[in-house]
Design a protein around this ligand. Structure first.
Ligand code: HEM
Length: 198
């Protein structure tokens, strides 16, 4: 079971004013996502904590450093300390973010502005677009644990579509922000060297 992603950016509007795009799930996929999300959200914190326990465990320090409120080293720089309260807070924000997308699959404008906002937050946190896909293996593992028999290949591939879609939209905002930053830097350089041309 595949998924369509009707990306309308290129159809009528310029890159600066993209038309919200829609994730084209089949009616069956929509049903599978909504049904399985109902089960997941019954214990959202536990599922989310499992996702992040798995995710953080497998990360290299370059990425761990992006979570200073959640994970830091002790005073001797020997042990990693997890700030449980902040971790729970982060987990709930991310899980509610997934829920917001699932609950609004028929509202592309809302999804577009929400995922743009999430993209900006990642830019502010120095996350790079290529890092985003690192969360999927942990989501996949914990959804399998929580959903057990319900996590059929069709349910899994429907979730893959939703998460890939989210990653793609978040990354687009981040890349756009990077392009603007490069442009600003290039302009600044042009300004500081402008006198040499005289
Ligand atoms: C499917 C992939 C992902 C989703 C849906 C997602 C979602 C979110 C959301 C909703 C927020 C909170 C935004 C806010 O402040 O309101 C957030 C923050 C953040 N995310 Fe992600 N995220 C994803 C992947 C990742 C990955 C792979 C990393 C690291 C490599 C990451 C690092 C961060 C960081 C550092 C923050 C800010 C945390 C803070 O303020 O303490 N995210 N993410």
């Amino acid at each position: 079971m595949g998924c369509g992603n009707s990306l309308d950016r290129h159809s009528s509007s310029s890159d600066h004013n993209p038309v919200p795009c829609r994730l084209d799930l089949t009616p069956r996929q929509l049903e599978l996502i909504r049904f399985s999300w109902d089960l997941i959200q019954k214990d959202m914190l536990v599922t989310g904590l499992e996702i992040y326990a798995n995710f953080l465990k497998n990360l290299e320090s370059e990425i761990l450093l992006l979570f200073p409120k959640i994970i830091h080293t002790d005073e001797n720089n020997e042990r990693l300390i997890v700030h449980e309260e902040n971790l729970q807070h982060h987990v709930m924000i991310v899980m509610k973010g997934i829920g917001k997308v699932v609950d609004n699959l028929d509202n592309p404008a809302l999804i577009h502005s929400f995922l743009s906002y999430v993209g900006q937050r990642h830019v502010q946190s120095n996350v790079k677009p290529h890092m985003l896909e690192r969360l999927w293996p942990s989501i996949d593992d914990s959804f399998r644990t929580v959903l057990q028999d319900v996590y059929t290949p069709d349910v899994r591939s429907s979730w893959r579509c939703v998460i890939d879609f989210m990653i793609e939209k978040i990354a687009e905002t981040m890349e756009e922000a990077e392009r603007k930053q490069d442009f600003r830097l290039a302009n600044d350089k042009n300004c500081s060297f402008a006198h040499l041309a005289d």
